[in-house]
Design a protein around this ligand. Structure first.
Ligand SMILES: Nc1ncnc2c1ncn2[C@@H]1O[C@H](COP(=O)(O)OP(=O)(O)OP(=O)(O)O)[C@@H](O)[C@H]1O
Ligand SMILES: [Mg+2]
Length: 256
């Protein structure tokens, strides 16, 4: 039975998609069966994984599954060994209103995923940078949340918004939602600021586990633009080592 993990932060550009993809590949390389779910109308993860094929799935994607126009089994696209994708689509944002007005709107994704959970070890959900119905669905369907963040002033204080939302989700739709941890991303030693913010982060949220820090690395951006994981792009890079470490850490927490 799969463990479901949301990769979430309402702030844009902090590394949600990068983390979802590389953690997914890391887990797959360890022999885990992984389903990646793209619930972001920007469909960055889908594009990174299947490119222009995204256009093929007009009637079979995460949105049509949530509106029950299609079945999850037929919407899942195999990507490579151990990795499948439930894709996003250009038309996902148009479905938002429909989902908001639907019965049981917070549980649409949870219900849709249920039949395929036995087929996977991990389901990773890449979320949009907003606090709308898609994120609520995702957190309602999840066992854990991983929050990538940048060690900037607003990046650190913005954590409060995520924690508030998680508290609301625990009260209303998913009392078992757990914080797997925070992942400081784009870390650089070129200035003292990130280190200082990391210290502030620990002081402000002493109960929040802080996982492996991911360095700022052009290789990650290049890999993403070529649709490759960091392991495929440059398996010896610092970023690759950091993602391997993060993968082991996640497995230890979840299975340990
Ligand atoms: N550690 C890193 N070092 C350098 N570049 C990075 C790093 N992590 C992510 N990036 C780059 O930063 C940009 C934003 O990353 P990404 O798309 O993963 O963020 P996101 O949180 O998913 O964004 P959005 O909120 O728009 O969905 C991308 O161009 C990505 O390649
Ligand atoms: Mg993204």
């Amino acid at each position: 039975m799969a463990v479901v993990i949301s990769v979430a932060n309402q702030k844009g550009g902090v590394g949600k998609t990068t983390l979802t993809m590389n953690l997914g590949y890391g887990l797959a390389d360890m022999g885990k069966k992984v389903l990646l779910v793209d619930i972001d109308p920007q469909f960055n993860l889908t594009f990174a994984l299947i490119g222009m094929d995204v256009l093929k799935y007009t009637d079979d994607n995460v949105g049509t599954v949530m509106t029950r126009e299609s079945e999850v089994e037929s919407a899942i696209v195999p990507v490579r060994a151990n990795i499948d994708l439930l894709p996003s689509h250009l038309n996902l944002s148009a479905r938002e209103i429909e989902i908001i007005n639907a019965y049981n709107r917070e549980r649409r994704l949870e219900k849709a995923l249920l039949p395929v959970l036995p087929d996977y070890d991990y389901v990773l959900i890449d979320n949009p940078p907003s606090m709308g119905i898609f994120l609520v669905n995702s957190l309602t369907a999840s066992d854990y949340v991983i929050i990538p963040l940048e060690l900037s002033y607003f990046g650190v204080i913005g954590m409060q918004l995520m924690f508030n939302l998680m508290r609301m989700i625990r009260e209303e739709t998913n009392e078992n939602l757990k914080l797997l941890g925070l992942v400081p991303n784009k870390f650089t030693r070129q200035t003292k600021v990130p280190k200082m913010r990391l210290k502030e982060l620990k002081e402000a949220y002493p109960d929040a586990p802080i996982l492996t820090t991911i360095p700022k690395a052009i290789a990650l951006e290049k890999a993403q633009s070529q649709g490759l994981s960091i392991f495929e792009f440059d398996g010896k890079s610092r970023a690759s080592k950091a993602f391997s470490k993060l993968t082991r850490e996640v497995v230890d927490i979840v299975e340990g």
